[in-house]
Each structure stands twice: as structure tokens, then as C-alpha cells.
Write a protein that binds this ligand. Structure first.
Ligand code: FES
Length: 574
């Protein structure tokens, strides 16, 4: 028994009226006396929802977590948290990441919970649960739901999101019929689980493992593989051990763990969304992490994992090839992993991966034959993005990494949609598409519209990529030479707000520059004429979001949620 006083004893360990209340009402569920004897109470934060299809199988999967908790001598108690799924939630699930994090944090702190299993999967569910648990600093372990099986259409593998973008453009270009397009729906999403490309879900769950928060080898196990249940079972068992050892999340999520995650993201060709989420998670723990860390730590790290959207394969292939441990071993052998970082199984990450096998060098490439030599996420600065912008070179076209072109400007996403298909639009393949007012406050929620589709008239000519710049995000399953997260955003008066049709914009990825070639006097004139767009809503959660969300370079958390508030037991209500 740990010397640390367990939180749950403040509820269940009392012989007075309040203890009676806490135990008696719980017993209406059939829990016997002995479960209240001081054993670790393990909360299971369940993101199950039929509206979050990527996490819907947690309804069943948590039963295996409970078996593991019971076997290890704990008392599992499942609770729901706000489930922010990517495919249904409008205007964007990112608008609700912080809300979900708040529900996790407050549910943990307000209840008799000693340690927590975080059920993660769909894109924003993972950072939301990590942020919430981090602000409480309780022992925590991540159980991801696992990726879907590989899609297959007309005998060819197809990947979540990535091939959807391709198909949608093929329909516009007239090379795919609408009937074929609709037929592909069922072929793409054919099992439980999250997107099986290296999108944000696969990235964030892999990074949770790289940071030591989930059991080794767990991130890539397909959702419907029996070993996903085994993983859930063992995760439940280990949650009890974490409480007994008082292994709080802050002991795992150190600066070294975040550095490991950034380099792992480069090796995976992971999603640009990870930049925002990791900065937000670090902010909850007071671990310093900046955009510059992303650029500096990612330099020299090749993308080894050949998964769509940057490569050829899908998550199932990564699992068969050895999963994340094989990738981490390669980083470790090249001195790019902090081997000493602790993980939830009680061992260091170096110990966990030192003998990890790789079964397929095509899926997890050797160091001297990478998918992309420089896999890190690039941070750009210049007069168009004084506080930074990001670009994922592994998803970009090499010939566009140094490019100057004339701007074609869309003031909002609606303006883009109304204009992009106009045959009279003055645009060619050298133009730079600029989208404004899609940042954290402008959209609101910073939607994944940064990889705006190309004008149909250029698609029909076989053009497949152009430089695109916005204050929006991009789906991790997307690709292209896309500059994202421009900060400050247009809606708060960032220089992006001042760009006009025909302005010359220079992108220089090797030099990390993004410049608007307009004289300063002209910019000052435009600035004087600029007025902020009105907020999308004047009350409710949207107002809270608008008033408090931080810019992309600071992780889009709410200003009042930064930091760790701990899990001191709140006063009793009875
Ligand atoms: Fe849920 Fe992609 S839509 S992970």
C-alpha cells in the first residue's frame, strides 16, 4: 500500500454521514462492501459516442479495462466525458477540444478517482484527455481505440481522408463518376477504429506512446484485432500499479518526453495538428515548449514511416511491421531518443524499445533510405507570419518549397467556395492561394480547411499542387504545399488580414521565411482601414472560446486553463 493518501478515501473511507452517502448510493449499482476497502479507484474516462464513430467501440472495449483493474485489485468506475468526433461535429471538433478537456479535468477532480484510464482515439479526443488529466496531475494511462482496418476499393488499398481528398478532386476533374465516389464510402471505413492513415488520430496516439503514456506497442494495434482487447486488459491492470506507485502524469510528461514526441512525429511524417496539441498539453504542466522547439528538434530527423498521406501504406501495415517500438528503436540507435524517459510500464522508453524488431523495411524504412530526408515540421517566420506558421515538407511538393507568386485572396471560407470554381478566376499554377479568417477566433475553432482544393480549371489541366497559405489547420490526412497556422490570425488583425489579390508572396522553406512583398507604407494604409470581423456568436460557449482562446503558436488553449491545478479534494457538499 502506498504511503500517499488516496483521494478516494475522502469519499469512501469515512464512517460518518458523508461516507454513508458516498458508498450507499454507489451500492445501488451492485457494488459489494469490499470494493470500498481502500483499493485504488480507477476512473475510466470514456469517449464512447455513436456520434464519434472512431471511438464508438469503447462501449465494449472498456469492459476489458475493467477486467484488468479488478484483476490487479482496483475498483474501476467508468465515466463519460465530452466526446468530440471529427466527422460530425460542426463547425469543427477543435472548437470543443478545450471544452472536452474541461469536462475531463473537472470530472477527475470532483470525483473519488485515484488514477485514470484515458480512452483516446479520434483526433481531438487524445489531446483533450491528456490536457484534462495533466491539469489534475493524477496517475494516468492512455488506452487508444486503435486504427480501422485498411480501406480497399476496386482491389486497391485506400486510406481515410487522404484518398477522399483525391477522389473529390477526381470528380471535379471529371476522371471519377459520382456513383464511383459514393461506392467508395463503405470501402474506406470498413471496421471500428480511427482513421488508418497517419492523420491526427494515428499521430497523437503514437505520440502518447512515444511520451510513455501508453503501453509499448499499443498505438498501432488495429481496433478490431483481439490484441486491442488484451491491451485494454493490461492497461487496466497497469493503472492500478500507477496509483500504488504514485506515478503521476507529470513524472512521465517531462521535457524529455515532449522532445521524444517531436522527433517521433518527424519520423512518422505526423500531422501538423500535433504542433498545436503538444504545446497545449505542455502548457498544462508548465513544461516550456515553443514552435522553435518543433523546428530545431525535428531538423535532421528523416521520415521513416511510409504511411499515407506522405507515403504508401496504412496503419495496419505499420502494426505488422513492428509498430511504434520499431520506429523508436531507430531513433534511439541514432541518438535521437531520450532513452531515460520514464514510461507507464515502469521502465524507460529506451528499455522498452531496445530489442524491438522491424519486420518490413518498406513500411518502416532504414535510416539511409527514408521516405523524406527532412521529416520535421518547418516553422516559417516573416512579415506575413510574425508569430510563426508551419508547413509539413513531407506532404509538400519539392518544386514549390521555394516559390514566389501572386496572391489570389479569399476573405473567408464562404468567399473561397463561391469563387474557386469560377472559370473567370484569375489564377494559374504559379499563384498563391490565400485564405483568411479561418484561425482560432475567425472560424471559430480553426477549421481544417487550409488544404483548400485547387481551382477545377487547373485540376483539369493536371495541376495537383499549389502554394496555399492560411491561418487555418489542415487534416492530418491531407497533403500539399500548405502553409498553416499563420499567427497572428487575420481575425485579430495579423498581417494576413492585409493581403490583397495580386500581392507578391515569397515562400522560402529552406530559409524558413514567409514574406509579403508590399511596401510598409502601403501595409500601414491598409491596416488603418482594417476592422475586426464580428464574433460568430455573442453568448454561450462560443463566446467563452472567442474571448479566451490563445493563438496557434501558443496551442489554442484558453488563457485561464494554462497550468496545473492539481487534484486536491474539493470540499464536501453534504
Ligand atoms: Fe476520427 Fe479521423 S475522423 S480519426
Amino acid at each position: 500500500m502506498s504511503k500517499v493518501q488516496r483521494r478516494s478515501r475522502a469519499w469512501f473511507g469515512r464512517a460518518d454521514k458523508n461516507g454513508f452517502i458516498h458508498r450507499s448510493w454507489m451500492k445501488n449499482q451492485g457494488f459489494p462492501d469490499h470494493l470500498f476497502d481502500g483499493r485504488p479507484v480507477i476512473g475510466i474516462a470514456n469517449t464512447y459516442s455513436e456520434l464519434t464513430p472512431c471511438n464508438a467501440h469503447f462501449k465494449e472495449l472498456v469492459e476489458w479495462v475493467k477486467r484488468g483493474v479488478y484483476e490487479a485489485g482496483g475498483f474501476p468506475l467508468e465515466f463519460p466525458v465530452f466526446s468530440n468526433g471529427e466527422s460530425n461535429l460542426r463547425p469543427t471538433s477543435m472548437l470543443y477540444r478545450n471544452l472536452a478537456a474541461m469536462t475531463v479535468e473537472e470530472a477527475i477532480r470532483g470525483n473519488p478517482i485515484d488514477g485514470v484510464v484515458l480512452c483516446t482515439g479520434c483526433d481531438k479526443t487524445t489531446p483533450a484527455l491528456l490536457m484534462g488529466a495533466a491539469s489534475c496531475d493524477v496517475p494516468a494511462i492512455v488506452l487508444s481505440g486503435g486504427p480501422m482496418l485498411a480501406g480497399n476499393y476496386k482491389g486497391q488499398p485506400i486510406g481515410s481522408g487522404t484518398d477522399l481528398f483525391r477522389f473529390a478532386e477526381a470528380v471535379k476533374a471529371g476522371t471519377m463518376t459520382l456513383a464511383e465516389f459514393l461506392e467508395a464510402e463503405s470501402c474506406m471505413s470498413r471496421s471500428a477504429g480511427h482513421c488508418m492513415t497517419m492523420g491526427t488520430a494515428s499521430t497523437m496516439n503514437a505520440l502518447a506512446e512515444a511520451m510513455g503514456l501508453s503501453l509499448p506497442g499499443s498505438a498501432a494495434v488495429p481496433a478490431v484485432d483481439a490484441r486491442r482487447r488484451v491491451n485494454a486488459y493490461l492497461t487496466g491492470m497497469r493503472a492500478v500499479g500507477l496509483v500504488e506507485e504514485d506515478m503521476r502524469i507529470s513524472k512521465i510528461l517531462t521535457r524529455a518526453a515532449f522532445e521524444n514526441a517531436i522527433r517521433t512525429c518527424a519520423a512518422l511524417g505526423g500531422s501538423t495538428n500535433a504542433v498545436i496539441h503538444l504545446i497545449a498539453i505542455a502548457g498544462r504542466l508548465g513544461v516550456p515548449l515553443t514552435l522553435e522547439d518543433w523546428d530545431e528538434l525535428g531538423r535532421g530527423v528523416p521520415t521513416l514511416v511510409d504511411l499515407k498521406p506522405s507515403g504508401r501504406f496504412l496503419a495496419e501495415d505499420l502494426f505488422y511491421a513492428g509498430g511504434l517500438p520499431a520506429v523508436l528503436r531507430r531513433l534511439s540507435e541514432h541518438g535521437l531518443l531520450h532513452d531515460h524517459a520514464l514510461t507507464v510500464n515502469g521502465k524507460t522508453i529506451g528499455e522498452n524499445v531496445k530489442n524491438a524488431p522491424c519486420w518490413n523495411d518498406e513500411v518502416i524504412r532504414p535510416w539511409d533510405r527514408p521516405v523524406v530526408a527532412e521529416g520535421g515540421i518547418v516553422v516559417l517566420r516573416g512579415n506575413l507570419a510574425p508569430d510563426g506558421a508551419v508547413l509539413k515538407p513531407s506532404a509538400a511538393s519539392p518544386h514549390l518549397l521555394r516559390h514566389t507568386g501572386r496572391a489570389v485572396v479569399f476573405e473567408t471560407i464562404e468567399h473561397y467556395r463561391a469563387r474557386i470554381e469560377d472559370p473567370a478566376l484569375e489564377v494559374d499554377e504559379n499563384s498563391v492561394l490565400v485564405l483568411k479568417n479561418c484561425g482560432p477566433k475567425g472560424y471559430p475553432g480553426m477549421a481544417e480547411v487550409g488544404n483548400m482544393g485547387l481551382p477545377p480549371k487547373l485540376l483539369k489541366r493536371g495541376i495537383t499542387d499549389m502554394v496555399r497559405i492560411s491561418d487555418a489547420r489542415m487534416s492530418g490526412t491531407a497533403y500539399g504545399t500548405v502553409v498553416l497556422h499563420v499567427a497572428p490570425e487575420a481575425a485579430v488583425g495579423g498581417p494576413l488580414a492585409l493581403v490583397r489579390d495580386g500581392d507578391r508572396i515569397a515562400l522560402d522553406v529552406p530559409a524558413r521565411r514567409l514574406e509579403l512583398h508590399v511596401p510598409e507604407e502601403e501595409l500601414a494604409r491598409r491596416r488603418a482601414m482594417w476592422t475586426p470581423p464580428p464574433p460568430a456568436m455573442h453568448s454561450g460557449y462560443w463566446k467563452l472560446f472567442h474571448d479566451h482562446v490563445l493563438q496557434a503558436d501558443r496551442g489554442c488553449d484558453f488563457d485561464f486553463l494554462l497550468g496545473c491545478r492539481g487534484a486536491a479534494v474539493p470540499r464536501d457538499s453534504h
